[in-house]
Design a protein around this ligand. Structure first.
Ligand code: CIR
Length: 254
């Protein structure tokens, strides 16, 4: 069974962290409604959704992806790069302890889950403003016993590695070549996003279905032309908080 852990939008989402985009008002009701639709997409794609209640004190807490990395063997609780986000990990750790043994990224290292792209037994970590080589070393220490290899890689001006590249099929990545070099992923077919849709590389793969933002139809067409089935979801309100579709869930088998 595939589980998707999510958390409802904080009513204080307007105080979210922003790095590369300008602040615009976020309509809480719209964000909440779109998040419910996103949870429905996860169910449609085959996940059982565990939806945690909102945490009003933590504006970015809907973006649960950044708080943990859940592998089949173990879960790593991160130490998010933005100090305001560090308290978000406590309740996620408590929930994940029902499913996995936990290990923790310790100070001074920083890691956001959005920077970790797992491709089989290889973990790529974006060296963004939120994640560093000290975290890469700690991850390698925790995970080499399970056969994982961890590699840090440099990123262009985007928030996280998974803003720039995600997996959309067994051997296929969706990528913005302006932000990350496709040559870093040998052996994978790379579908490039439509240049007019720079944020379109962030997609969630569940089984054989890809969940992708409604706002990027040209890129959707490129993915479908590769024979991949796509569920489009309205995600524009949380995009104003610099969040994409991977950010809003932690998906793992139970
Ligand atoms: C932040 O800056 O941390 C949030 N406003 C957005 C986090 C998005 N998370 C993700 O891409 N994994």
């Amino acid at each position: 069974m595939l589980l998707a852990l999510t958390r409802h939008v904080s009513p204080n989402i307007n105080q979210c962290e922003l790095t590369h985009i300008d602040r615009q008002p976020i309509d809480y009701e719209t964000a909440h409604r779109q998040h419910l639709e996103y949870e429905d997409c996860l169910r449609q794609a085959g996940c059982q959704v565990i939806s945690l209640p909102p945490e009003p004190a933590f504006p970015d807490s809907v973006f649960v992806e950044d708080t943990a990395l859940v592998l089949d063997e173990i879960a790593v609780i991160t130490r998010p790069g933005a100090a305001s986000r560090r308290p978000e990990t406590a309740s996620i750790a408590e929930k994940l302890a029902d499913y996995r043994k936990l290990v923790f990224i310790e100070a001074p290292a920083v890691l956001d889950g959005g920077d970790v792209l797992r491709l089989g037994k290889k973990l790529y970590v974006g060296l963004s403003r939120r994640s560093d080589m000290a975290a890469v070393a700690q991850l390698q220490g925790h995970l080499s016993a399970f056969g994982y290899e961890v590699q840090g890689l440099h990123l262009g001006e985007c928030l996280h590695l998974k803003t720039a590249v995600t997996q959309v099929a067994e051997n296929t990545l969706l990528i913005n070549p302006e932000w990350v070099d496709p040559a870093l992923f040998p052996g994978f077919k790379c579908i490039e996003i439509a240049p007019s849709e720079p944020f379109a590389a962030n997609a969630v793969l569940v089984g054989k279905t890809v969940i992708h933002p409604l706002a990027f139809p040209e890129t959707r067409q490129r993915v479908e032309q590769a024979g991949i089935s796509v569920l489009s979801v309205a995600a524009a309100e949380l995009a104003k908080a610099e969040g994409g579709v991977t950010c809003c869930s932690l998906i793992f088998s139970a």
